[in-house]
Design a protein around this ligand. Structure first.
Ligand code: ITT
Ligand code: NA
Length: 211
């Protein structure tokens, strides 16, 4: 059984592989990344919600490869910014920049810090949200499954930590004293929006994909 993980974000791909690999139900399912698929097209991301975008990305995978495909659409919703950057998280500043601190471009994270500079400590609530879609090819039309996960927390005032990616250095999960970039990979997966969504999806994948 082969399953396509349709993401171009290598850090996200690492997390998906890690989370799905810990699911006993998925033993024997071969996980294919987009680097294994030549000339993969740009997936449309025109939805207004995480769920719509996750479905769009997973449908594109099925259309192009014929393989059962999973996709993730995720982002940071900041209370004081009315839920923004939300579905625009990957390029909130107008530039892609999700590899902090390994990449050079921290424009998105810096912009959110600037925009929340005057927000008081007790109003700094935020959540990471992840929608995860599984689309299965079928003669009589695709079958589609959607799940989601959420991690509540608060925005810090300056970046901390070298782990994770994207906005992790400025986010502290509820009940934690370290940023999500200061957690180990296993600690983040255990509580993250992506961990929750893909552990739920793993059960669906196993049921739908295995004979
Ligand atoms: P694909 O669409 O190819 O999967 P992408 O990075 O563009 O890659 P999204 O459109 O889902 O993916 O954008 C997600 C953005 O939200 C991501 O680039 C980060 O800026 C942010 N984000 C999502 N999950 C995160 C996490 O666990 N930690 C930190 N930032 C995260
Ligand atoms: Na998106």
């Amino acid at each position: 059984m082969r399953l396509l993980l349709a993401t171009r974000n290598l850090k996200k791909l690492d997390e998906l592989r890690r989370i799905l690999a810990t699911s006993p139900a998925l033993v024997g399912v071969e996980l294919i990344g987009l680097n294994d698929v030549p000339e993969y097209p740009e997936a449309p991301e025109t939805g207004l919600t995480f769920a719509e975008n996750a479905l769009l990305k997973a449908r594109e995978g099925v259309k192009y490869t014929g393989l059962p495909t999973v996709a993730d659409d995720s982002g940071l919703a900041v209370d004081a910014l009315s839920g923004m950057p939300g579905v625009f998280s990957a390029r909130w500043s107008g530039r892609f920049g999700n590899d902090y601190p390994h990449g050079k471009d921290v424009a998105n994270l810096e912009l959110v810090l600037d925009q929340t500079h005057d927000v008081a400590d007790d109003k700094r609530g935020a959540a990471f949200i992840c929608a995860a879609a599984l689309v299965l090819p079928g003669g009589d039309g695709n079958r589609e499954h959607l799940v989601s996960g959420q991690m509540r927390g608060r925005l810090l005032r300056a970046p901390r930590g070298l782990g994770g990616f994207g906005y992790d250095p400025i986010f502290q999960a509820e009940g934690h004293t370290r940023s999500t970039a200061e957690l180990t990979a296993e600690e983040k997966d255990a509580i993250s929006h992506r961990g929750q969504a893909f552990r739920a999806l793993a059960a669906v994948i196993a049921k739908q994909l295995k004979p």
